[in-house]
Design a protein around this ligand. Structure first.
Ligand code: ZN
Length: 315
């Protein structure tokens, strides 16, 4: 048993209503927006119903569905966005709870498709790590749910382009807290930008923070990739998986990228084995280390680009 696993179902229903109230009172979900889920057992997921304000739910308003989204019980109809929650739970056996809503500051970044900058606040590095932005799709169906799949294993905080956020974790509060953290962070970023200056710390300081995570029981895919070889502050872990065009930093750009003459943020990321290969070679991996695997990857990318261009010209 993990997280809320020792709680009985009624207590979990009460806690889900309590999380709903926090979401509504924080302004993270207008009217009937947002949805919450909790995996009670392997094929039983407690979830919020459609067309109800998350601030005013009672325990018996909640529904139970199976892992395919088929309603098992509840007097109200389950949320249509439950497929997003179930897709995450199926991809991540450790995830028991998912929270989806539209917190305004984080959603502003999702609307602008502005990557969440790193190396600004230490708590973000430790408690959220990398945040991904999934591509836009019409909400509700499986196609929408599948947009998070390339990122789901390497983060627990995803911005849904032109829509909102989805955060998840081992229990209800863990999943919800990530929503609170990302929205507070985005709010601070927007306020600092209004002041006119955003200061960043560097890769070495970011590595120090990431090294604290195992002691706190928080995994981070970058630890297994070797922190020394990663551009921790300037680039995204997800760049390889974003394809083209991916989110591009236009507003929050780490000074090291400006110094490299790469204001777009197209620097160098850690390679994530689980992320699919980029559809385009427009962001060749290169971290400036001569020789070694990175250099080999760069040479291969350039060779592929040349071959691609030659094939195109021959047609
Ligand atoms: Zn939504």
């Amino acid at each position: 048993m993990i997280g809320n696993g020792t709680m009985n179902e009624w207590k979990l229903r009460e806690l889900m209503c309590e999380i709903g109230r926090r979401i509504y009172n924080k302004g993270f979900a207008a009217a009937n927006d947002g949805n919450i889920s909790y995996k009670l057992a392997e094929d039983r997921v407690l979830c919020t119903p459609t067309r109800i304000s998350k601030g005013f739910m009672k325990p018996d308003d909640l529904c139970i569905v199976d892992l395919e989204g088929k309603q098992i019980s509840g007097k109200r109809k389950r949320s249509s966005e439950i497929l997003l929650h179930l897709t995450i739970m199926k991809a991540r056996a450790d995830v028991r709870s998912v929270v989806h809503c539209h917190p305004p500051h984080a959603t502003a970044f999702a609307v602008a498709k502005e990557p969440i900058p790193k190396c600004v606040l230490p708590e973000i590095e430790v408690f959220l790590g990398e945040v991904a932005i999934s591509p836009y799709e019409t909400p509700g169906g499986q196609k929408f749910a599948d947009t998070v799949l390339p990122y789901v294993k390497d983060t627990e905080t995803i911005l849904l382009a032109n829509h909102g956020t989805v955060t998840y974790g081992t229990d209800l509060e863990d999943a919800y807290f990530k929503t609170e953290i990302i929205d507070a962070y985005c709010r601070i970023l927007l306020l600092a930008k209004q002041l006119g200056r955003v200061n960043y710390y560097d890769d070495a300081k970011a590595a120090e923070l990431i090294k604290l995570k195992p002691n706190l029981g928080i995994p981070d895919p970058r630890l297994t990739l070797g922190l020394e070889n990663c551009d921790l502050c300037g680039n995204s872990l997800f760049r390889q998986g974003y394809g083209d065009p991916g989110p591009e930093a236009k507003v929050f750009i780490h000074p090291k990228l400006l110094a490299d003459g790469q204001p777009s943020g197209a620097g160098v990321a850690c390679q994530v084995p689980s992320a699919p290969a980029a559809k385009s070679a427009s962001n060749p991996p290169s971290n400036g280390h001569a020789g070694g695997p990175d250099m080999e990857a760069l040479v291969k990318t350039i060779t592929d680009q040349v071959m691609h261009a030659l094939n195109g010209a021959a047609r």
